[in-house]
Design a protein around this ligand. Sequence first.
Ligand SMILES: [Zn+2]
Length: 191
Amino acid sequence: MSGVENEPQGGQSNPPGAGTGTPDGWERLWTPHRMAYIKGEGKPTGSGPEDGCPFCAAPGLDDAEGLVVARGKTAFVVLNLYPYNSGHLLVCPYRHVSAYTALDEDETAEVAALTQAGIRALTDAYGPQGFNVGMNLGTVAGAGIAAHLHQHIVPRWGGDTNFMPVIGHTKILPEMLEQTRRKLAEHWPVD
Ligand SMILES: [Zn+2]
């Protein structure tokens, strides 16, 4: 759907992303949030889901609040609260596991199927020219939340790595997260 851009959404008690680790999913242009993320604020403090894991919390919220795009039986898809581009998706098992090798057969298959569905939805909704897809396993590999594995789907456009992210670690995000979530949910392929 076009036409949802710039739709005012004032008066919401819980801003989009309230359940995924920050109180204000709206203020995404800001570098300090990224820095807070890098410094570890809002990250799980331990290995258990009760230790503040945003990927364990998100499925318990409603879709808009948790930025959940799609829900499967063993895995789900959520918008990255700290996107590198508009439409940056994360595919997560519901189970709080860090190792890809710890996924059972169903989880492995569904993470793959949801990844394909995410690529289809993004293609349909935004027509990106390419994708980066993959997992950072372990903190040293770049995982922001290593305790709960997640597959990134980053839509790419020619020229999207411009001087802004290179110089300022700032990304211009043309759509607010909830608008993106809604658009992708609308374009999610039906089985
Ligand atoms: Zn978790």
